[in-house]
Design a protein around this ligand. Structure first.
Ligand SMILES: [Mg+2]
Length: 112
């Protein structure tokens, strides 16, 4: 696998894996449930690492692994619903740089 991966390449890699090993995509609703499950696993690690909870015996601080799990399922959902994540991310960044450009700068709660 290439060291630097574009979002488009990540979408293609997931699609190839599904076709080669996954038989087929889970249904959209099943993957939505899987995404929720993975976000919950990420939240558990965050709560133990940065929050007030402690890791139980044998639990790992696998923050990156859980983020990758979230990304994997999100990419599955994008692929099976025809979403080009590169284009959508680009649009999102443009919106943040235009419509929302002053939103955080003008938020007094964010001032030190
Ligand atoms: Mg996970």
């Amino acid at each position: 696998m290439k060291e630097n991966l574009t979002i488009k390449e990540a979408q293609q890699l997931v699609d190839q894996w599904i076709k080669e090993y996954g038989v087929r995509y889970f249904s959209e609703l099943t993957n939505m449930a899987c995404l929720t499950e993975e976000v919950g696993e990420l939240a558990r690690v965050m709560a133990r690492r940065y929050g007030d909870q402690s890791f139980k015996e044998g639990e790992k601080a696998n923050l990156g692994e859980e983020m990758a799990d979230v990304l994997w399922v999100l990419i599955c959902l994008a692929n099976q619903t025809g979403v080009d994540l590169t284009e959508e991310f680009r649009r999102s960044m443009e919106k943040k740089a235009t419509r929302d450009a002053r939103r955080h700068l003008d938020n007094p709660k964010l001032q030190a």
